[in-house]
Design a protein around this ligand. Structure first.
Ligand code: ZN
Ligand code: FE
Ligand code: FE
Length: 165
């Protein structure tokens, strides 16, 4: 993490989010497989495809900043994924486990929304218009993934999960 200037801080956080997205690309297939609901599993897999697009956009931004993609490790995403794995591997009721998977996945989306929301503001502040556009596209997809998970929880999983007790 480099806090010498706003540009350094911005570049460090882009590298952090790049690492977070790379971790997600590894983790999401396992979590999708653990989901019992087909709509949940499909939502996770379609966000996996979007996540690949996030990595590509971040690579473009890093290239323009003359920064290597591998500079930072996102400890937060490591922890959030560990929580997701824990619930995905839990014994018990399928709908309840799915409710737990949604909980873990929404924590991930909210972390990303916070990161990209701030990065959008920083890009604007730094006059980096193309970055601002790319980060805005990522942010919109993260928000959309989050509300999609809410929809699945409310329309399907939560009622079934509550009925199991
Ligand atoms: Zn993302
Ligand atoms: Fe992070
Ligand atoms: Fe995401």
């Amino acid at each position: 993490m480099n806090a010498s200037s706003m540009l350094d801080l911005y570049a460090s956080e882009i590298q952090d989010m790049y690492n977070a997205e790379k971790q997600l690309i590894k983790a999401l297939p396992k979590i999708a497989k653990a989901a019992s609901s087909e709509s949940l599993s499909n939502a996770i897999l379609s966000h996996l495809e979007e996540t690949q697009g996030h990595v590509r956009r971040l690579e473009m931004i890093l290239k323009d900043l003359h920064k290597k993609p591998g500079g930072e490790k996102c400890e937060a995403m490591e922890g959030l994924i560990a929580e997701g794995d824990e619930v995905a591997n839990a014994e018990g009721d399928d709908a309840v486990r799915d409710a737990g998977i949604i909980l873990a996945a929404q924590k991930v989306e909210h972390y990303e929304i916070a990161g990209y929301g701030t990065l959008c503001v920083f890009a604007k502040l730094l006059g980096r218009k193309e970055d601002h556009r790319l980060l805005g596209e990522i942010l919109a997809e993260e928000k959309n993934a989050d509300s999609g998970l809410t929809r699945i929880a409310e329309s399907e999983i939560n009622v079934e999960a509550a009925a199991s007790s």
